[in-house]
Design a protein around this ligand. Structure first.
Ligand code: CP
Length: 317
């Protein structure tokens, strides 16, 4: 694995290797000195053209736990505001000796351009590009589901037969796209539930079932219900009912949570609009995995950086 740009590129076996290495990394995190020398002498650059809390901080924590040097670059306050291009920025990072570049960008495809442009000889990790993909979010979601299903015996398992319902602003969600490819590769059955105006067109090649009624989806008793953030900043021309109407029809409130089977996990990638797509009661309930997802993100990103920079999966994706 030279780059991680999309979960569509990952075969089941490759995804399981990443999740298993993340289990090893989680064991390291539990130790008194949670630091490994594995990436000593390597430099990881966090190149963020869009805001982030979870992803940027957890990549930084992951790189530091592997003893890499970390450079954080935020487009705000940089020479991007003076018109510097992605190519010139990449070449500047190359001159600084970046071994891996973790990139978040508002334009779908920007990490692919960086990986294929030949401007920088570094592993590229997509940390979220426009409405396209967010592969490490999907990996940490899969890791969290697998752990809740299999506990300490999770290694080697996929998610065979697990029924996952993803709800909300599918149209703008890179998290939904990455999860559809990854979770189905791991054997899960994925349903998408959204208002028709927030469902992408041309879904005929997606390996999913579609629904438009959240109460019917809940009555079907999913193992996992993953609520998505309403992405107001990307809404542009999409039709969005008012917040009260959206919450009434598409929000996971306390009443709907009570109608879910006891075993159902409640997920959200964050950041949340509490009271819109998810109630505080659902977000903070024992069935919610939201804080586990954040904690697991560090182990998963340690695994991705390690596999990329050690060459352990070279030629496999
Ligand atoms: N889930 C996620 O990508 O969160 P951030 O935008 O805070 O990184």
């Amino acid at each position: 694995m030279r780059h991680l740009l999309s979960t569509k590129d990952l075969a089941r076996e490759e995804a399981i290797v990443i999740l298993d290495v993340a289990e090893d990394m989680a064991e390291v995190a539990g130790r008194e000195v949670p630091r490994l020398p594995a990436l000593r002498g390597k430099t990881v650059v966090n190149l963020f053209y869009e805001d982030s809390t979870r992803t940027r901080i957890s990549f930084e924590a992951a790189a530091k736990r592997l003893s890499a040097d970390v450079i954080n670059f935020s487009a705000k306050g940089s020479s991007v505001s003076k018109g510097e291009s992605l190519k010139d920025t990449a070449q500047t990072l190359a001159a600084m000796g970046a071994d891996a570049v973790v990139v978040r960008h508002p334009a779908s495809g920007a990490p692919d351009v960086l990986a294929r442009g030949g401007w920088i000889d570094a592993g590229i990790v997509n940390a979220g590009d426009g409405t396209h993909e967010h592969p490490t979010q999907a990996l940490l979601d899969a890791f969290t589901i697998r752990r809740r299903l299999h506990g300490a015996a999770a290694r080697g398992h996929g998610l065979d037969g697990c029924r996952v319902t993803i709800v909300g602003d599918i149209l703008h969600s890179r998290v939904a796209r990455s999860n559809v490819w990854l979770l189905t590769a791991l054997g899960a059955r994925v349903s998408l539930v959204a208002p028709a105006t927030l469902m992408p067109v041309a879904l005929d090649r997606w390996p999913v079932e579609l629904g438009y009624d959240l109460d019917a989806a809940i009555a079907a008793g999913p193992d996992v219900i993953m609520m998505l953030r309403i992405q107001a900043e990307r809404m542009h021309d999409a039709f969005f009912p008012n917040a009260r109407e959206y919450s009434r029809q598409w929000g996971l409130d306390d009443e709907r949570m009570a109608a879910l089977p006891e075993r159902s996990m409640i997920m959200h990638p964050g950041p949340m609009n509490r009271g819109l797509e998810i109630s505080a009661g659902a977000a903070d309930s024992p069935r919610s995995t939201i804080r586990e997802q954040v904690a697991n993100g560090v182990s998963v990103r340690m695994a991705v950086l390690y596999l990329l920079l050690s060459g352990a999966m070279e030629g496999k994706a």
